[in-house]
Design a protein around this ligand. Sequence first.
Ligand SMILES: Cc1ncc(COP(=O)(O)O)c(C=O)c1O
Length: 375
Amino acid sequence: MQIAKFGVEDWLNVWENDAVYDIAGSSIASMTLEEIIDLSKITKEEFTNELFAKKMNYGWIEGSPEFKDEVCKLYKNIKPNQVLQTNGATGANFLAIFGLIEPNDHVISMYPTYQQLVDIPRALGANVDLWNIQEENEWLPSLDDLRKLIKPNTKMICINNANNPTGSLMDELYLKELVEIANSVGAYVLCDEVYKPFIKDINIPSIVDLYDKGIATNSLSKTYSVAGVRVGWVVANDEVSNIYRKIRDYTMICAGVFDDYLATLVLKNKEAILKRNEKIVLENLEIVKEWLKKEPLVSLKIPNNVSTSFIKINIPNPNDIEDMCIDLLKEKGVLLVPGNRFDMPGYARLGYCTHKETLEKGLAELSNYLRKYDK
Ligand SMILES: Cc1ncc(COP(=O)(O)O)c(C=O)c1O
């Protein structure tokens, strides 16, 4: 199978460990196991007792009933049978596309976005039309463009809500219009919802609560701050879930007894964890806004409390962005993701939801570095 190199992952694989100030990641500041337990309604002793008593067999193949119940609570009307546990959202996206897409299918993918949503269908032989996001449209793609791209045989529309790297957000009205367009030809809508906002005032529905042919993927990596647990899930209607169930047996047996247990614990205690994370998002966004006022070479469409953002860096040649990011890392220890890894030279992904001191120092060092471009 021919498949393109995964731009962002390839960049992070090479450079992440060299960072002193990693402000490239899109997760909300990760937690230690101790922090998770402290935020949970369980003592360390109870946690270890429960864990030590567990048999390290395969456990529940599709995810434990407790895990599935917790996932169902995130949606309006989803039954446990419609939930399949996966190896992160990466595994969920792979399954969601691999299970439905065949050579010559027509697929429309939001672009740029998490590269899986574009390059897996391509690798499977689908004809993929790119549905471009537009900076002047708050980094959303235009629904009129979607109407032009859709065909009677469109099999799937792939979106990422909120979007990596920009943090742009499709609201309910927008999603309903999108569903209407998809439904006019019976296309599936796959929505990667790992950045779905959780802040009280922002109410964004899941695609599976809006559309029978909606497929939602998600995980504990981003808004729940536990990427290390490697647990995600895919939710779809019964028919599609059964297709995925069959294929899943070929790709994984289970996510692991420990991972399932910890993932369930996190979901059971999501109120406390999301409260912690809301504080980080809101406080760090203020830090970024203040920094932008003082940094003449950078501009940003402020994300709506989503944990990823895409800054525009005004360097003489936008195509130099990757070299600039390497130089910045070597000189100042600051890691960004250069925009060319998303096909957008001149920009960079700023993961502002890291630990506060890292963000503050990272932005200060970025500004120090950028002074070499002052005229
Ligand atoms: C949109 C999107 N989906 C999926 C993933 C991968 O998530 P996971 O760690 O759950 O595999 C990422 C990671 O950056 C992402 O940005």
